[in-house]
Design a protein around this ligand. Structure first.
Ligand code: MGD
Ligand code: MGD
Ligand code: SF4
Ligand code: MO
Length: 695
């Protein structure tokens, strides 16, 4: 078999890789694809191990005794598995109505699969109940970008532009661990004299390499941004002409920032007024400048307003739409961008259309060949759906694809209880995840190198995932799954399991929408190293850079939105005196269902380690590598301690790649985006016996 050029199965950088079958193995090497230019991280280098892994799911599994989840899973035929699912769907819909059957999707699905999942739920199930793990990822920055810019494309410029900026402010982003090959652009910038400022409660590798590291208390990034805007206004650093010509709504923001005096902001955040001033001076005077946010700023119960505060700052300094400058959010999952455009969201139709917009409903219903009145209304957001599973008003039959919610959803004890209350849980995955292990029916699915499709990377560049080998004999793609379920539900005529056919339909469904893919073809992607949306026609070049002349809002101007600091919903008190924040380690990916099975990664990082300051550790009699117990109002979990003098003494950091961190986290939701507060809750700490092991 010849070599196949495709992309890494994991994050949104979508590094180019080449897979070459050899006698007894598969060789994986980086390509010089324009984004990674020959770079890969440890996860990418070892991704071939997933392909012929001994843990691979190779047949459907069902419970030995249907309806009894304590009975063991046994192998089953596709017919038997699908029949069990369809019987449960029909019973539930008859008894409780169409919305009692729902789906939870993922930002790792190809565009073709994400699109078809959204359509399957609306057209085959006629249900409103769909949402996905991107709600836990990009939703806050997406909401802020939509309301200010009229569009949500994570980076409105190619990632290579980062190398040309002279000042870069990274807020709650740790690309040195989360996207190591992207560091070549930051490194190149620094080599030319650029200055980088990192805002993170921890001294990460990214922070250590920067010019200036600001260490705020988790959840206070909004106050920091308003404080910078206050200084910019007072010291005449804002771009009044830009504000006049290209924006609306600044007066309200100007008024709101008046009370964010530097010494007050210093007390709220722990960042010195001098550092605040240095930062805003660099951004305003050492241009071009970029402000980039990631999950550290966004995964809060005020995440939307926090992203907004940085967006306001970028607009006030006149950065947005100018060369090598602006605001961006660093998208996380492999198809985290495309996955949020084509209908997996509860309130959305393809092309980033709104499901409550009559014109959008008419257009998409036309492409799908149904009556617009058949389309359901908006459904509930991810956690709101999980929180009601198995209740009379909630979902009772749930299909989970491309997410391992038992590990990755907040307040996991509650989520597990709700999953147990379902009438039927169906999970499609590559490996038996913690969520799949709870399911009534487990379906084996094809993985990256076994399927065709498109992904949209963190830049909004649509690229191709290419098939190098067929899946194992009894393993099907999710497209085949949707089609065969739809057939059994009498709606098969609306679905195709051929990725190209689906993509061509997606192009038509997205045409005229915000995320317009109409002019993108597989052939163009091959010829042009990907195509940036919006791309409304085949002779349109695509749009690597947005906002140069106008914004896709009604009046063509960007909108300022007034935002005020609010404390995280849960702040430390006597019983739970520290702030827990959570996030990523370099060697593991997400819920770990893939990377925890890769030998080299698990040798490098075998268990979750909670990072805490040596002073805090000493106070509790904890030494490095001791076991520690963390407790919150929702649960307890045990970690091995890692003493880190670079973290704030009032803050503990824990990775979420294993069951543990999310037993503690707070599901309090951002009112605009419905993002949970993954990055700030209150915990207590105590030594734990060694024999407990990590949770
Ligand atoms: N190795 C690896 N890489 C990944 C992933 C992975 O699981 N593993 N996942 C991918 C995905 S889906 C995503 S979304 C991205 C995420 O990429 P990032 O957002 O860069 O990763 P996180 O570790 O979640 O958070 C970034 C930083 O925020 C800091 N932080 C915590 N609380 C706060 C706060 O209140 N304010 C500020 N300013 N900072 C805070 C943390 O200390 C952390 O260093 O990574 C992608 N890449
Ligand atoms: N405490 C805390 N929790 C967090 C976060 C945090 O920072 N802190 N971050 C949040 C963020 S940003 C994210 S993105 C989520 C991610 O968390 P999850 O949604 O759990 O993400 P993954 O672990 O990538 O889960 C993907 C699953 O799908 C499988 N899979 C891969 N490809 C396919 C496919 O094509 N089809 C199917 N059917 N399955 C497939 C994989 O094997 C894996 O089991 O976690 C969120 N949870
Ligand atoms: S940075 Fe992301 S896309 Fe690149 S090799 Fe690592 S995990 Fe894969
Ligand atoms: Mo994410």
């Amino acid at each position: 078999m010849p070599a196949t050029e495709t992309h890494c199965p994991y994050c949104a950088l979508q590094c180019g890789i080449r897979l070459t079958p050899e006698k007894a193995s598969i060789r994986l090497e980086p390509t010089d694809f324009t984004v990674n230019k020959g770079g890969l991280c440890a996860k990418g280098w070892t991704a071939a191990e997933l392909l012929d892994h001994r843990d691979r799911l190779l047949t459907p599994l069902v419970r030995k005794d249907a309806g009894d989840r304590t009975s063991p899973l046994r192998e089953a035929s596709w017919d038997e598995a699908l029949d069990r699912i369809v019987t449960a769907i029909k019973e539930s819909q008859q008894r409780y109505g169409p919305d009692s059957v729902g789906a939870f999707g993922g930002g790792g699905l190809t565009n073709e699969k994400a699109y078809t999942l959204g359509k399957f739920v609306r057209v085959a199930l006629r249900s409103a109940s769909i949402d996905y793990n991107g709600r836990f990822c990009m939703s806050s920055a997406a909401t802020a970008s939509n309301r200010s810019f009229g569009v949500d494309r994570g980076l409105p410029f190619p990632v290579a532009d980062i190398a040309e900026a002279r000042t870069v402010l990274l807020v709650g982003a740790n690309p040195a661990d989360a996207m190591p090959p992207s560091m070549q652009y930051l490194d190149a910038g620094r080599a030319q004299g650029a200055r980088h400022i990192v805002v993170d409660p921890r001294r990460t590798t990214t922070a250590a390499g920067s010019h200036l590291h600001l260490q705020p208390l988790p959840g206070t990034d909004l106050a920091l941004a308003n404080g910078m805007l206050h200084i910019a206004l007072r010291e005449g650093l804002v771009d009044e002409e830009y504000i006049r010509e290209r924006t609306t709504g600044f007066d309200a923001v100007r008024a709101a920032t008046a009370s964010y005096w530097p010494d007050r902001v210093e007390r709220m955040t722990g960042v010195s007024a001098a550092d605040l001033r240095r930062t805003v001076h660099m951004l305003a005077t050492e241009k071009p400048s970029m402000i980039l946010t990631a999950r550290g700023a966004e995964q809060h119960s005020n995440g939307t307003d926090t992203a907004q505060a940085y967006l306001n700052l970028a607009l006030a300094l006149g950065l947005v739409g100018r060369p090598y400058s602006g605001y961006g959010t660093i998208t996380g999952q492999g198809n985290g961008q495309g996955g949020r455009e084509h209908g997996q969201k509860a309130d959305q139709l393809p092309g980033y259309r709104r499901i409550d917009d009559p014109a959008a409903r008419a257009h998409v219903a036309g492409v799908w060949g149904i009556d617009p009145d058949e389309l359901p209304k908006p459904g509930r957001s991810a956690y709101e759906m999980l929180d009601r599973l198995g209740t009379d008003e909630g979902v009772r039959v749930l299909l989970v694809l491309a997410s391992n919610i038992v590990v990755s959803a907040p307040n996991a004890n509650r989520v597990m209880n709700r999953l147990r209350a379902l009438d039927l849980l169906v999970v499609s995955d590559i490996f038996l995840s913690e969520t799949a292990a709870m399911a009534d029916v487990v379906l084996p699915t094809a993985q990256f190198a076994e399927e065709e499709g498109t992904m949209t990377n963190l830049e909004g560049r649509v690229i191709r995932r290419r098939r190098a080998f067929p899946p194992p004999p009894d393993v099907r793609t999710d497209l085949e799954l949707f089609k065969s379920l739809a057939e059994r539900l009498g709606r098969g005529q609306f679905f195709s399991d051929d990725p190209r056919t689906v993509f061509d339909e997606l192009r038509r469904a997205s045409a005229g929408g915000i995320a317009d893919y109409a002019g993108i073809t597989y052939e163009r992607i091959d010829a042009e190293e990907g195509v940036f949306w919006p791309c409304p026609a085949e002779d349109h070049p695509g749009t690597p850079r947005l906002f140069a002349d106008t914004f896709p809002t009604a009046d063509g101007r960007a909108r300022f939105v007034r935002v005020e600091h609010r404390d995280p919903t849960e702040v430390p008190d006597r019983e739970y005196p520290y702030v827990l924040t959570t996030g990523r380690n370099m060697q593991q990916y997400q819920s770990g269902n893939q990377t925890r099975r890769v030998a080299a990664l698990t040798v490098a990082l075998p268990e979750p380690r909670a990072e805490l300051h040596p002073d805090l550790a000493r106070r509790h009699g904890i030494a490095d590598s001791d076991m520690v117990e963390l407790r919150s109002r929702r649960g307890r979990a045990v970690f091995r301690a890692r003493l880190n003098p670079g973290i704030r003494p009032d803050t503990i950091f824990a990775p979420f790649h294993w069951v543990g961190a999310n037993l503690l986290t707070n599901p309090s939701l951002d009112p605009h985006s419905k993002m949970p507060a993954f990055k700030a809750c209150a915990v207590a700490i105590a030594p734990a016996p060694e024999h407990e092991g990590t949770t």
